[in-house]
Design a protein around this ligand. Structure first.
Ligand code: ADP
Length: 989
């Protein structure tokens, strides 16, 4: 097919590739190349690049144009596309451009204006880091007016667009201006200063301001509050690395991400965006991570490329009622310059790439992110959330690096469009938990005891992956080590433990009676509970003195330590408070719902129905209507209901379930009527059952011949967690009795060890065995261990991409070997090595009804293959064996082939991408020759030569049941491929 025909045929793919990021950069870069190659005239360029017209329309215009220009232009167009979008996969148009040359035509240029054109792509690249200097030098040399200066430096342009603007203007000014700009770039290169990092000595006032800002940031970030305002812990002493992962697959990234990688360019998916998102569940350590970054920067220990760092907390920005300009936002909310405000702000405007902003807790902002209201002028005043959204999307202060943290629920597609990358914070690794405990306890024997008690209680160990829970467990080590059998199992147990711990710390005398620790503290619970409850309902996390007064919170209540004084960078605000952590606020809100007789009798049903009401936008109003005293003016408009609301209500509902479980009802008997507690508990059980029914009813009937499958809808895992908190097997059993599916799909559901514990608790009551698909979660070895008790109802387990190591497999296989239903496992893309293969081998030897083993994209070598072969030799049931993307080589292929050559069960074998050469192919040919069952053989992406394929062809002559042998991307010439494909149609090249 000619390039011209392909432009037509692949029109949709090309348009998508050029425009799907929402940024015009890809299209503009393709245009740069086409201009430089002389394929487009200026007139063409202006016809395509119409300002203000939708991106897709411009791209369509370009496609029409290159099509009409004929096959050569189309070829160069594909080459340009390949150069600009090398990573575009699946759209097989890239190969067409490979023969065309899009190198810049250096020697043939005669004039400077021509050079500007023919070297346009590289000039744009070079100019990006020194636009300011280039424009200034053009003004000085008289080629540019100040209006030209302003036009190029418009803040709505990206640096690349500014560079294009500059070149276009220079071109219109004639030869002398073109020569001047080329000379400027040349000089920059001559002096060896990297053009992207303009050498610069900041003005004195800026340096002074930097000093003030960093000492203020340092003071704000060097401690973590442990007991409200009363006790602090140095961040240096306690900070433990959390697990960071890129949300997108990225081939360049080897090993774990470090703190500085968050801000750096690694893993960038959208070059044009400046905002990095760090997302993680409540308590996963997002704020602490930012705090660490701030501290390291302020001390000069990291991120020194950035001259100024401005930290913001979205929950604090919520209380800013005024309209502000960016300048006011920076100076009033972070650090006030003693002098020369204008000069400092101008420096920020002129050097955006030297500035870093952090916004903690975007999910806690009262308004959801939107990019509808555009603001480009840095001096214009606007409501703070509008400023924030425009900063994030880069309409304001383009080029400033921004790091934003949020819970994942709050991150919608509109925000994603403006991100250069997303980093997931997944709490502590098992080593992290160990490290945290050892840091938290000066006495190593205490740390060891706590760690031992965690090893004995894997449910609790699972909870400790969440740093906030790890902190509580560690803080409550005395209670933990003293509770013997009744060691905490649920999140509610852990929060009750910290409640007890804080109360007993204040009045140790009451600690003697097992259940008496609540005594005398009911008032505190109700005061703080009401504050928390009203706050959750009104998206309020910072409380003024008046708020506290309204809920009768006393000085004594504050001293308990659950509230901490709000840190504020600006000194203008009066004293305000927040809960130690948002989950603590949810816990108190739940206590209030359980213990107060003032809440609406529908409070519980409304809390649990939230899932359904959310989209209608009435959820928050409904929920608020059960508050007797909500201040109407504080309410946000329905359409702007904050993103944090649903997750917070979900956490609160989880605690309500736990607090009303039978195990804890005795705690409340002295403080409220048993009848009321029982009634509320029945309400919760009914809500959970109803919620589950709704999920089950939404399962579509299977297509004829297919199995019935349920794909978890949002909220399903949450309901499961609530059932787990109740710890009543009757409720779990009842919930599962109505679920009749063959396959349960829970992919991309944020399932970690904690969720695995809850899932297992509920799923073990299923009546029929099911397939459990947990691909693309964070199950890990601890999660695998949590899943073991439900393996008897599991037919097939899919755990692709879940950070599982050989140790997890050891435990898993030891269990499933005894589970009669268990027949299939898929472990693509985990952290498996040869050490796990002995366990699979054992499984294969022992279980003559095992059907499918998929171990793709792990680290299995020839040694592992040999181990597997041992098991395969004596197995007569396996139908599918997948080893794609390992490293078994010829020796491994030979070992497997000799074990499988007489198989009469194996239908499908994949050795794709395993470094298998012709020796391996000779061996594999024996399976074709002798096996009576094999139908499909995958040998794509190996290094098999003609001799190997000849052997496969020869074997196929004697075999009629093999349907296809896949051989794409091996060591074969085009002629060989053509010839051999003609001889044997089952070979697929
Ligand atoms: P998030 O912002 O994700 O809700 P936080 O950063 O507020 O979570 O963490 C909650 C608590 O967990 C912190 O107050 C601290 O006690 C503990 N914590 C979180 N991350 C870390 C860490 N990296 N090292 C030590 N402790 C941590």
């Amino acid at each position: 097919m000619s390039a011209q025909e392909l432009v037509l045929k692949k029109r949709t793919d090309i348009l998508h590739a050029l425009c799907c990021s929402g940024s015009a950069e890809h299209l503009e870069r393709v245009l740069d190349v086409l201009l430089a190659q002389g394929e487009l005239t200026w007139e063409d360029y202006q016809n395509v690049q119409v300002p203000g017209r939708p991106l897709y329309t411009n791209a369509r215009q370009l496609l029409d144009l290159v099509y009409t220009k004929g096959v050569d232009t189309c070829g160069i167009f594909f080459a340009a596309l390949k150069q600009v979008l090398p990573e575009v996969q699946g759209a097989d148009f890239s190969s067409l451009g490979s023969c065309s040359n899009v190198e810049e035509k250096e020697e043939t240029c005669r004039t400077s204006t021509q050079t500007l054109l023919t070297q346009r792509p590289s000039l744009i690249y070079k100019l990006q880091g020194c636009i300011d200097g280039a424009v200034k030098s053009l003004v000085q040399s008289g080629h540019f007016t100040s209006a030209d200066f302003d036009e190029v430096r418009l803040p709505i342009y990206t640096p690349a667009q500014q560079a294009r603007r500059l070149l276009d203007l220079v071109r219109s000014k004639g030869e002398s201006a073109a020569a001047a700009v080329l000379q400027y770039i040349h000089q920059k290169q001559e002096v060896g200063s990297p053009l992207n990092e303009e050498k610069l000595t900041p003005p004195k006032e800026v340096l002074k301001y930097q000093k003030k800002l960093s000492s203020s940031v340092c003071a704000q970030s060097c401690f973590l509050s442990t007991y409200g305002g009363t006790s602090h812990m140095s961040l240096d002493d306690i900070y433990t690395e959390g697990q960071l992962e890129l949300a997108h697959d990225c081939v360049d990234v080897q090993g774990p991400l470090g703190l500085e990688d968050i801000v750096g360019t690694v893993g960038t998916v959208n070059e044009e965006a400046d905002t990095v998102l760090v997302s993680g569940e409540a308590g996963s350590g997002k704020s602490t991570l930012l705090q660490r970054l701030h501290l390291l920067w302020a001390r000069g220990a990291a991120l020194q490329y950035y001259l100024l760092l401005f930290p913001f907390s979205c929950r604090r920005l919520n209380s800013e009622q005024r309209e502000l300009s960016v300048q006011e936002l920076l100076f009033q909310h972070c650090c006030w310059p003693d002098r020369e405000q204008e000069e400092i702000f101008q420096f920020i405007l002129d050097h955006p790439h030297l500035i870093l902003f952090t916004f903690d807790g975007l999910d806690e902002l009262k308004q959801n992110f939107s990019d509808e209201q555009r603001l480009c002028c840095p001096t214009q005043r606007a409501p703070v959330h509008v400023l924030l959204f425009n900063l994030i999307q880069g309409s304001l202060l383009k080029g400033v690096r921004k790091v934003v943290t949020s819970r994942p629920e709050a991150v919608g597609p509109v925000l994603k469009k403006h991100l250069c990358k997303e980093v997931l914070l997944k709490g502590f690794s098992p080593n992290g938990i160990d490290c945290f405990m050892r840091k938290h306890h000066n006495d190593p024997t205490v740390a060891v005891k706590v760690l031992e008690s965690l090893q004995a209680n894997t449910a609790l160990l699972g909870l400790c992956h969440s740093p906030v829970l790890c902190w509580i467990v560690s803080q409550c080590h005395k209670e933990l080590l003293g509770c013997g059998e009744g060691s905490p199992q649920t999140i509610t147990d852990v929060y009750l433990m910290i409640l007890q711990h804080f109360f007993q710390r204040q009045s140790p005398s009451k600690s003697t009676m097992r259940l008496g620790w609540l005594q005398g503290h009911l008032e505190t619970i109700l005061h703080l509970g009401q504050l928390a409850f009203e706050g959750i309902s009104a998206t309020c996390y910072i409380f003024s003195g008046a708020d506290l007064e309204k809920c009768d919170v006393t000085e004594e209540d504050i001293c308990m330590g659950f509230l901490t004084q709000s840190k504020d960078m600006s000194s203008s605000h009066s004293k305000s408070y927040e809960f130690l952590h948002v989950t603590m606020q949810c816990f108190f809100a739940a206590l209030y719902i359980v213990l107060s007789s003032h809440t609406d009798r529908y409070a519980i049903p409304k809390l649990f129905e939230l899932q359904d009401l959310r989209d209608t936008g009435v959820s928050s109003m409904c929920f608020r209507s059960c508050l007797p005293s909500t201040d109407q003016k504080e309410q946000v408009a329905d359409s702007e209901v904050a993103a944090a609301e649903t997750p917070n209500l979900q956490i609160t509902a989880t605690f309500v379930s736990g607090l009303l479980s039978q195990r804890h009802q005795s705690l409340w008997v002295h403080y409220c009527s048993a009848g009321m507690v029982e009634k509320k508990a029945r309400q919760v059980a009914r809500c959970l059952s109803k919620g589950m029914q709704k999920h089950f009813k939404s399962i579509p009937q299977p297509v004829h011949g297919e199995k019935k499958s349920m794909h978890a809808m949002p909220g399903f895992v949450w309901l499961i967690k609530c059932i787990y908190e109740m710890q009543e097997s009757r409720i779990a059993k009842e919930a599962m009795s109505k679920l009749q599916v063959d396959h349960l799909k829970l992919t991309y559901c944020n399932i970690g060890p904690v969720e695995c514990t809850a899932l297992t608790y509920v799923l073990q009551h299923l009546r029929n065995a099911v397939g459990i698909q947990l691909d693309n979660n964070s199950v890990g070895d601890v999660g695998v261990e949590q899943l073991l008790p439900c393996m008897h109802i599991c037919k097939s387990l899919y755990l692709r991409n879940n950070n599982i190591t050989d140790e997890g497999i050891r435990k898993l296989i030891a269990k499933v070997i005894q589970c009669d239903n268990f027949q299939k496992i898929a472990l693509f893309n985990n952290k498996l090595t040869d050490a796990c293969t002995q366990h699979f081998s054992h499984l294969l030897k022992t279980r003559q009804d095992f059907l499918s083993l998929r171990l793709g994209n792990n680290n299995i070598t020839e040694e592992g293959a040999k181990q597997l072969a041992e098991g395969l030799k004596s197995n007569h049931s396996l139908k599918y064996l997948g080893l794609w993307g390992n490293k078994i080589g010829d020796v491994g292929a030979e070992a497997l082939a000799s074990a499988l050559e007489n198989s009469n069960s194996l239908l499908w074998l994949s050795l794709v991408g395993n470094g298998v050469g012709s020796e391996g192919a000779f061996a594999v040919a024996n399976i074709i020759r002798n096996s009576t069952s094999l139908e499909e053989l995958w040998l794509t992406e190996n290094c098999i030569t003609r001799a190997g394929v000849e052997c496969l062809i020869e074997a196929l002559e004697h075999n009629t049941h093999v349907k296809s042998v896949w051989l794409r991307n091996n060591d074969l010439s085009l002629e060989e491929v053509k010839e051999m494909a003609q001889r044997e149609s089952r070979l697929i090249f």
